[in-house]
Ligand binder design. Sequence first.
Ligand SMILES: Nc1nc2c(ncn2[C@@H]2O[C@H](COP(=O)(O)OP(=O)(O)OP(=O)(O)O)[C@@H](O)[C@H]2O)c(=O)[nH]1
Ligand SMILES: [Mg+2]
Length: 421
Amino acid sequence: MSEVILAGICLKQDVHEFDGLMAECRALCAACGRTVAAEITQQSESFDRKTAFRSGKLQELAALVKETNAEAIVFANDLSVAAGQRIEETCGVRVIDRTALILDIFSLRSRTRQAKLQVEMARLQYALPRLSDPGEEETHERGGSYRSRGSGEQRSAQIRITYRKRIRQLQKQLAELEKQNWMTENRRSKSELSRVALTGYTNAGKSSLLNAMLRENAREGLQVPEKDMLFATLDTSVRQVSSQGRQFLLYDTVGFVSRLPHTLIDAFHSTLDAARHADLLLHVIDASDPHWEEKARVTEETLQEIGAGSIPRIRVFTKSDLGIHKDLPEGIRVSAKTMQGIPELMNQIADTLYPEEETLICHLPYSAMAFLEESRRTAQIEILEEGEQGLKVRVSGPKVRLIPFHAYREERYEQDSMGKV
Ligand SMILES: Nc1nc2c(ncn2[C@@H]2O[C@H](COP(=O)(O)OP(=O)(O)OP(=O)(O)O)[C@@H](O)[C@H]2O)c(=O)[nH]1
Ligand SMILES: [Mg+2]
């Protein structure tokens, strides 16, 4: 664990959001193995992008670096190249802004070849404009540091050429991978299974929700990792899930964060395809988070930005076992821990994907077996229980075809469907 100083500038108009911004930066630090040794903030009327901290504050920061022996300064605000360089020169340690911090996390966490290539491209794109001064050859290795030390303009120009060449190579390799993915996806779409994507702010509880739905299907063996850490999931996972006898594909995707660096959105274009090509989005919101509204807004904006704005969605308020934050609007409330609301959510998914279809729980006397067999041609029938009088069955299919079943319909269907029937 390396120790860092967390620095931030609180603008007058952002006072109410500042605590959240700093807390998120602390969590981002933890997500890439850094502990915050000390914090320093400056209140300001406006943000001078060229200098960031005023000179008195900058001296205070330099003293804090010495005192704590911190290896780097993490800035909660995004900095200009000039401001970053000024702070690095004064304090003698690396300055990491919010974008560089997120890039570091993605770098550490990427596992698949595609994610690794995407992150490398994002890092190079971030580093390129920072090569304006001679001798920033260390920038790449150090993930976008501002410090410029080294051996002259020629070398810097050479590095720029190398970076651009590598970016072109990466674009080619990624295009090739996208083509392969497209072919796999194409095969998958031929299977005609609907796609549902879990989207939302990072750490909202998306992966846990996928696991809860697998548990509901008694398929625990296929669970994905869940962790109290920002960006625990970087690579898309997909699992087949069923509800009301209907199968669909459920995608777990990378979480969003406020001011997600554009270089990353661009680089992760194909990873975000899972959300872009979904038939239905589950917008997962942490119901216990006091900042849920702001985070939900960021998610909505990011979905628009990646071209998934018009896909139908269900808002899912999760972690309801932790206490629901007041002023929460209507919407489905669930808990991946207690499984509260999970069956209802799965019913709602099936109802949304198949609006023209319905599912009924019926009690059919044995005298109606011929009717049951006849109906198998138009409806999906699943036997739930064999009783003395007859069968308890779950029937799914187009609404018009199920009309004859209404005579046998179980009155307490709503109630039953909440528990696992
Ligand atoms: N109490 C409680 N904790 C939950 C619930 N759902 C998720 N968590 C916890 O919240 C943390 C984050 O959960 P994840 O499912 O990994 O969140 P995520 O949205 O996939 O996060 P990223 O992949 O990092 O974007 C984990 O520590 C989970 O155990 C819930 O319903 N109740
Ligand atoms: Mg996850």
